[in-house]
Design a protein around this ligand. Structure first.
Ligand code: PMP
Length: 295
């Protein structure tokens, strides 16, 4: 991934992709003092750019550091990076981290750095989307909110995600479903989860994982259609009682799920398809139209 053409924005400058290298004694690498975002651009517009930028800033604050740029500057830098790479439909990855000025658990002397990279992005789970994907159940659980700053999109929290995803892939599944620390249904490794029963939507409360920007958007889209959305704790025993299931995330968008573990099967249906279509239409609107939209 490091050997390609293009530009990466790093601390205020656009530099050639291949030259964007860090020192091995970077604090963020040793102690996971790093936070990031995942954004998508459609037709040259970054969808919900400001909410992503705000989450980046608040993710850093939750880890006790301040990104030395304003939200306006970060928004502009994301757009500038996309343009420098001649992209209109892209994935954008801002990352902020503590540098190599000091190494140890205490890191008060480190500088905070920011980089923004972007690249073209095909469909995350393939193009035959309504077919649905398969999830296995992870052995790893989302941590208690007093164990980790769970509202931060912190690099360190993705250790659990990578472990879960690798096991899912090794067992022939596309994604993993993680439970909460106390055994309720939580989320995928990079996406939130929703279920359908009797025309209503059920989704877990986000008490120990990210309340995704796509999750919030899809809830608003559902409510705009008069569909009831129930946010509550969901027990694993209930999984077989739902008729549809889907994931939401910036990369996943709205991705139907057709199977969980070996025994639970869903047929991706009308409600999932409606929300997928509504989301697909919304992301392609101009930022002004998105702003005016209820979602
Ligand atoms: N949960 C996790 C663990 C994620 O990495 C993501 C992707 N950022 C999400 C949920 C969905 O968040 P969003 O809709 O803001 O992309």
């Amino acid at each position: 991934f490091d050997d390609r053409d293009g530009f990466i924005w790093w601390d205020g400058k656009l530099i050639p992709w291949r030259e964007a290298k860090l020192h091995v004694l970077t604090h963020g690498l040793h102690y996971a003092s790093a936070v990031f975002e995942g954004e998508r651009a459609y037709g040259g517009n970054i969808f919900k750019l400001r909410p992503h930028t705000d989450r980046l800033i608040s993710s850093a604050r939750l880890l006790g550091f301040e990104i030395p740029y304003t939200a306006e500057q970060i928004d502009t830098a994301c757009i500038e990076t996309m343009k420098a790479n001649n992209l209109t439909d892209a994935y954008i990855r801002p990352l902020a981290w503590r540098g190599s000025e000091q190494l140890g658990v205490s890191a008060q002397q480190t500088k905070v750095h920011l980089m923004i990279a972007c690249w073209t992005w095909p469909d995350y789970f393939g193009s035959d989307r309504m077919k649905g994907i398969r999830l296995n159940i992870s052995d790893w659980r989302r941590p208690h909110p007093q164990t980790a700053p769970i509202a931060s999109k912190a690099a360190g929290l993705y250790m659990i995600g990578t472990l879960s995803k690798h096991k899912a892939e090794a067992e022939g599944f596309e994604e993993a479903l993680m439970y909460t620390w106390d055994g309720f249904v939580a989320e995928g490794t990079s996406a939130n989860i929703f279920f359908v029963k009797d025309g209503k939507i059920h989704t877990p409360v986000t008490d120990c994982f990210l309340n995704g920007i796509t999750r919030q958007t899809v809830i608003a889209l559902a409510k705009a259609r008069g569909i009831e959305v129930i946010e509550r704790q969901i027990k694993p025993e209930e999984l077989s009682s739902f008729s549809e299931c889907f994931l939401t995330g910036t990369a996943a968008e709205v991705t139907p799920v057709r199977q969980i573990g070996t025994d639970i099967h869903y047929t991706p249906g009308k409600l999932t398809e409606t929300l997928l279509n509504d989301y697909t239409a919304l992301v392609r609107m101009s930022p002004e139209e998105v702003e005016k939209h209820a979602a």
